[in-house]
Design a protein around this ligand. Structure first.
Ligand SMILES: [Zn+2]
Length: 117
């Protein structure tokens, strides 16, 4: 596994995690479509918020099970705790240092059929 660092746009929220990033995920639900998210899969226990935890806002919708976090200063989506398996987070690939999101295969997932809104 490799260690990665990530941050929101304004730099208030910084985080680190260990993961093997072999693929990224794009989800077709209405939220991921609007935020244009491309995400890396990270185990919850391997993700640490280094700074700005108090600046993170939580957005919940649909069943309210997933926890979508974004920086309350710059508005950038950083990561979310998944609805289907709370042991995993999805991390905004474009917030992560040292990965070229355009060079990693992207898997499309059908989050739309699992949502009611
Ligand atoms: Zn920010």
């Amino acid at each position: 596994m490799q260690e990665y660092l990530g941050a929101c746009h304004c730099g208030t929220v910084t985080f680190s995690f260990e993961a093997d990033i072999n693929e990224l995920v794009r989800c077709a639900c209405s939220l991921c479509t609007k935020r244009n998210a491309v995400m890396a899969t990270v185990e919850r226990r391997r993700l640490r918020v280094l700074s700005g935890e108090e600046a993170l806002s939580l957005y919940q919708w649909n069943t309210g099970m997933a926890k979508h976090y974004f920086c309350s200063h710059c508005g950038i989506y950083t990561f979310h705790q998944r609805r289907t398996d709370e042991r995993y987070f999805s991390v905004n690939a474009f917030c992560v240092d040292g990965i070229d999101a355009t060079k990693i295969p992207v898997r499309q997932v059908d989050g739309k059929s699992r949502s009611t809104v």
